[in-house]
Design a protein around this ligand. Structure first.
Ligand code: FAD
Length: 465
């Protein structure tokens, strides 16, 4: 069936953190609900969304003061906004780095310059007091450069997304989350401007502005010329379940981040604890694509949707490569050896759109009027859910007038436009390995799945509780 829906002013494609926050803030800014349509290719919350998980770090610790200040704003929103507050846990963050790592030094300098408390934990006495306060952290840890920041903690992304969607719909917002009616497969073009989108059910949905907030799925076929500015990258995550006694021990522990190696969270209410690996990114395929004008984008990787895993296209549904599980157990060995032998409850590879410099891409398309992108979360975008929509609206100029602008000074707005601009070097153009994909080696997922890990007779592998 092919039909034209009513014309909207703005269609937002993708109901993850970036798209949902934009839709919600448009309505909060007084835009008529009938002017906005939010689409997603999956029932909500999307199984494919990076924003749909059990925990995400909310940290102020950034090497760039610009993001420290944005993170301060978002933490204020997590604390104050009644929609999101119930899903935020301010337990602080323990940062561990290899001694001499410049990133940790820069971050601490940034935080102190902005008056954010951080405590170095270098001496044996300081580390001892850490283990006393947080008895689950009983590893030797003496090989690490450690500091603690009480500001920040973690949020429950799935629950926060659901709360954000409930608020959007309470305000009258329209949402379609469906593999046919919500999945966008093409743009409706009229000369050099976009006039809406086509969905997989062959419907035309018309709007004068289309914003792609499609995370790792942001692709040149919908945004011609995007090329490899956004590179879909998968990261391994695993859960295990604590016993009630262990849960008691781990209650109120901070989020622990071993810089670039991985991170783990305190348990949620059900006793599930999560860890992810940081250094190891997975890629999937890489092909030339041709847009409608015949322009070729080279080497564009595609994310491996978790939703299609359900359709048994890949036999390794819900599995992670052995090397990733080994990395997880190695981290536990460093920080909390009592958990090393835990049976893994479940695992998955979770995909985000990465940019070489870690900055998002929030901009108008350079050649097609009415076409916009808000993606490239780069492994750190979720924490901004309560507020990033305001910045997207401002940076893209989606409102004719509104009070969003008043909350940001001109320098910040200018910096946002510059840092999130379309046309920064792609990963094909950045050859400095410390910059390209933020220093992460990207391993082909299929190859990694076939590669057996080093046999260290790790107990519990693959077992379920
Ligand atoms: C393993 C991992 C750990 C992370 N840890 C943290 C952390 O601790 N803290 C933090 O702040 N951030 C973290 N991030 C990053 C953060 O999760 C992402 O940057 C953020 O969630 C991205 O949001 P998004 O809205 O851009 O994309 P997504 O949440 O991926 O949403 C994109 C949406 O677009 C939909 N979509 C795709 N294609 C189409 C289409 N054609 N038509 C319609 N809809 C479509 C998808 O179904 C999906 O719902 C992590 C990311 C990963 C992968």
């Amino acid at each position: 069936m092919s039909y034209s829906s009513q014309p909207y002013e703005i269609i937002i494609v993708g109901a993850g953190a970036f798209g949902l926050s934009t839709a919600l803030h448009l309505l909060r800014q007084g835009v008529a609900p009938s002017a906005v349509l939010l689409l997603d290719s999956q029932p909500f919350p999307s199984i494919d969304a990076a924003s749909n998980d059990t925990s995400r770090a909310v940290r102020v610790d950034y090497g760039d003061q610009f993001y420290v200040k944005l993170a301060q704003r978002t933490i204020k929103a997590w604390r104050d906004d009644p929609v999101f507050r119930p899903h935020y846990h301010e337990c602080g963050r323990l940062h561990a780095a290899i001694p001499g790592d410049r990133h940790g030094t820069t971050v601490r300098k940034n935080l102190r310059a902005l008056g954010i408390e951080t405590t170095d934990l270098q001496s044996g006495k300081e580390r001892g007091s850490l283990s006393e306060r947080y008895p689950g952290l009983n590893g030797r840890m003496d090989r690490w450069d450690l500091y603690f920041t009480p500001v920040g903690g973690w949020a429950h992304p799935r629950d926060a997304l659901i709360a954000g969607m409930a608020e959007y719909q309470r305000l009258g917002g329209e949402f379609i989350g469906d593999t046919h009616h919500g999945r966008v497969v093409g743009n409706i073009m009229q000369g050099g401007r976009v006039e809406g989108v086509r969905t997989a059910d062959s419907s035309s949905r018309r709007a004068s502005k289309v914003v792609y907030a499609t995370g790792a799925f942001t692709h040149p076929s919908l945004l011609p010329g995007l090329n490899t500015q956004i590179h879909p990258t998968g990261f391994a995550v695993a859960h295990w379940r604590l016993t009630p006694e262990e849960q008691e021990t781990w209650r109120n522990h901070p989020v622990v981040d071993l810089h670039h190696h991985g991170y783990f969270f305190p348990p949620d209410d059900t006793g599930l604890m999560k860890m992810g690996t940081g250094i190891m990114g997975f890629g999937h395929g890489s092909a030339q694509t041709k847009d409608a004008r015949g322009k070729i984008s080279a080497g564009v990787a595609v994310p491996r949707a978790n939703s299609s895993l359900q359709a048994s296209r890949h036999e390794d549904v819900g599995k992670i490569p052995a090397m990733a599980e080994q990395a997880i157990r190695w981290i536990l060995e460093q920080m909390c050896p009592s958990l090393v032998k835990k049976a893994i409850f479940d695992t998955k590879v979770c995909w985000d759109g990465m940019t070489p410099d870690g900055g998002w891409i929030i901009d108008q398309h350079p050649d097609i009027s009415g076409l916009y992108v808000a993606a490239g979360g780069s492994g750190h975008g979720f924490k901004f859910l309560p507020i990033v929509g305001e910045w997207i609206i401002e940076t893209l100029g989606l409102l004719h007038k509104g009070d969003v602008a008043n909350r940001l000074d001109e320098n910040t707005k200018e910096e946002m436009r510059r840092k999130w601009a379309w046309g920064r070097p792609t990963n094909m153009e950045v050859h400095d390995p410390s910059v390209a994909l933020q220093g992460r080696p990207v391993v082909d997922l299929e190859t990694a799945m076939r590669t057996r890990g080093v046999d260290r007779r790790t107990p519990g592998v693959g077992a379920k509780l």
